[in-house]
Design a protein around this ligand. Sequence first.
Ligand SMILES: [Zn+2]
Length: 158
Amino acid sequence: MKQYYVVLRSVLRSRPHLRRGLSRCRHCRIFFLTHPRNAGRRDLRCPFGCREAYRKRRSTERSVAYYATAEGKTKKKMQNGKRVRGGVGADANPPVPEAQQFPAGMVGYVAMVASLIEGRRVSETEILQMLAWAMRQHSMARRRRMDYVVAQLHKHGP
Ligand SMILES: [Zn+2]
């Protein structure tokens, strides 16, 4: 958290024009950068979970409201029937393997902030590639550390 604010502060110091987009989550009060088109809005939620949680809650509310209607009740009955007969839906939407590792909306947010900072369009694909690279570096470093420990153990005995 402290690290996050250090980064945010240094970004704002080096890119003062981004200050306009500094926003505060109405739910958890964390500061975050938002797209300039949202500058000045005070009703935003942060991309670190609050926005997603709110979106999910809204969609649950909507479907609860929908299934309370007569049309919804009929549809639900049909769906339940289908589920008993053949388990439709379980594999209808196979997950995207890479993006799945990160919280929803996070990659898009990082891409947006990276675009603002670099002054060019950074795509989500680029961010995913960068993250994959960073994770590979991380595990390589860990492996090197492990090799070192093992080598030391061999040298000096257990
Ligand atoms: Zn928040």
